[in-house]
Design a protein around this ligand. Structure first.
Ligand code: FHN
Length: 422
């Protein structure tokens, strides 16, 4: 093991960001809410009486549902319980600082008012309502950053969009026309009608060329220069990296990363997916990701009435309660100065402070090997009176520094307790 000094750790993306760096808010936020909501919430994972095993929002593709049959679902979309204030409040309660909602997923249906075609939540449903107006207002009011998911490549509704070859022959597709007639006009609407947008969360770059992706990026930046572009614009053109869904990195990452993840196994609502990750799992994952330099974008899939599944609400509130006590060790932090993972937990840093996140109670005398920085105090986070005795020595055999902290008498709160060193 190499000894580290927290002030000397190379943290390429953690350099003090200039005030005007558009990534600054995103790096500081660390935790966001992903929302997958669309027509797929109506069949909710059941097609022709059969429960489907795959992610709910892929039903149109997996069943090769003709455009006209799928579009007919819109006549049933009338979410009487939709409450933008409550959704944004839930994000706040969970400690999430940004919200990314599906403005258009792969099914091509716009969940906002678009003038591009009538295939949208205002013109095609009995609801006749644009939920993005409410969400934009509530995000502004409650201080959460609004971001839009937009499927720029796959579009199973547009004749020139990628991957619907059961309605439209692949050979006749003209992607340039799709970009010109749908993608760019819709992005213009999203970026000019709802106020400042934190990010356009592009997804699944599968068929567009580098030049096409670059032209989408330029288009976004021209309309809102501070709006971020997610890594899945493809071709390395994003403002940050987005690995595969539910990715848990094995060690510290270089650069800016985000892991997007499900709470159960689907993104879009399914009636029969009840395998929820526990609150402990979510907190541990948040800590793990942040200690490695990644953001955590965690998904909810509201049902067709606009109701967020109760198990999602319970779990998000539990994470929020933990963040309420321990948020100082998450928001605005830098990754662990150590490359390796520890079996006892994880480390985050902020300035000269080092946060030790224990996944279970440590021994009464806890040893941290390899920290060269002098430690003045060690105390339980949020409890300045609670100081622990520390001792720094050098291991005679390896020459490595050893920090010993005496936790005698500390009752560790489940699932983890954070200790700050400065
Ligand atoms: O195909 C999509 C999927 O439906 C979902 O939107 C996820 C979220 O990251 N992205 C794609 C798969 O990676």
């Amino acid at each position: 093991m190499r000894a580290v000094d927290i002030s000397a750790v190379k943290q390429p993306t953690r350099r003090p960001a200039p005030q005007n760096d558009p990534l600054r808010w995103w790096r500081e936020s660390r935790f966001g809410m992903f929302i997958h909501w669309g027509l797929y919430a109506i069949p909710a994972g059941v097609w022709q009486g059969q429960r489907v095993p795959y992610i709910g929002e892929w039903m149109m593709f997996r069943e090769k549902i003709p455009v006209a049959t799928y579009a007919a679902l819109a006549a049933q979309f009338h979410p009487r319980h939709f409450d933008a204030a409550a959704w944004v409040r839930l994000a706040k309660q969970a400690g999430m600082r940004y919200l990314v909602i599906t403005a258009k997923h792969h099914d091509g249906f716009a969940m906002y008012r678009t003038s591009v075609n009538r295939y949208n939540v205002v013109d095609a449903t009995p609801w006749h309502h644009d939920p993005m107006v409410d969400l934009a207002r509530e995000c502004r009011r409650q201080g959460v950053r609004l971001c839009f998911y937009y499927s720029q490549d796959l579009d199973w509704h547009h004749p020139d969009g990628a991957w619907n070859d059961w309605d439209y022959p692949a050979a006749a597709k003209n992607p340039a026309r799709y970009l010109r007639e749908k993608v760019k006009p819709q992005l213009r609407e999203l970026l000019t009608r709802y106020g400042p947008v934190g990010m356009i969360w592009f997804d699944t770059p599968l068929t567009l060329t580098k030049a096409q992706s670059a032209s989408i990026r330029r288009f976004v930046k021209k309309l809102q220069p501070r709006c971020l572009v997610s890594g899945r614009i493809g071709h390395g053109l994003g403002d940050y990296n987005l690995p595969r869904d539910n990715f848990l990195p094995p060690g510290r990452l270089e650069g800016d990363w985000e892991t997007c993840a499900t709470l159960n196994h689907t993104w879009g609502f399914k009636t029969h997916d009840h395998e929820w990750k526990s609150a402990e799992n979510l907190i541990t994952t948040l800590v793990d990701l942040v200690s490695k330099g990644a953001n955590y974008l965690l998904n909810i899939g509201p049902d067709a009435d606009g109701v967020v599944p109760a198990p999602s609400v319970q779990r998000l509130r539990a994470v929020g309660a933990w963040l309420e006590r321990n948020g100082d060790a998450i928001y605005g932090t830098s990754p662990s100065p150590f490359r390796n993972e520890f079996s006892w937990g994880r480390i985050t840093t902020k300035g000269r402070r080092l946060f030790l996140h224990f996944f279970s109670a440590p021994p009464k005398i806890f040893h941290l090997h390899g920290l060269r920085t002098r430690v003045r105090t060690a105390r339980a986070l949020g409890d300045a009176r609670r100081a622990f005795a520390t001792r720094q020595t050098t291991d005679a055999a390896t020459g490595l520094p050893i920090l010993a902290i005496d936790f005698t008498g500390l009752r560790f709160r489940a699932p983890v307790t954070v200790v700050a060193l400065d």
